[in-house]
Unconditional design. Sequence first.
Length: 121
Amino acid sequence: VVEVKEDTKGVLRECLLYIQKYLQRKDFNGFFAYPVNDVIAPGYSSIIKDPMDFSTMLSKIENDLYNSIMDYKNDYVLMCNNAMTYNRPETIYYKEAKKLLQSGMKMMSKEKLLTMRGSLG
Ligand SMILES: COc1ccc(OC)c(-c2cc(C(C)=O)n3cccnc23)c1
């Protein structure tokens, strides 16, 4: 976990904005752009206890609510897993979530984070 001293909060924010911009480009349909609601997904709020989406993650980045890239990664994995829980494997939502998860794990791989921690000092 990359603990953040006060002065590097800005650096962390820049990293997270960069990572989110790169990953959100893969969600070209915008299925993960904002919270899923019960109108478009019946029963969603009773099945998914911890909803997460890119807009929520962006506001958390801007309000410095993430203390490490791992914190952000947890929300990102939650967002993908929610979609793979609520939607069946043959749906476009499940398939896109799986792809997002794979590219996210490559982007935020452990070794990448370790090198980043090194450069953050
Ligand atoms: C068809 O157009 C949209 C537009 C926005 C959406 O989520 C923000 C979704 C959407 C996104 C999801 C997810 C992410 O599970 N979903 C599940 C079932 C039905 N719709 C959705 C679909």
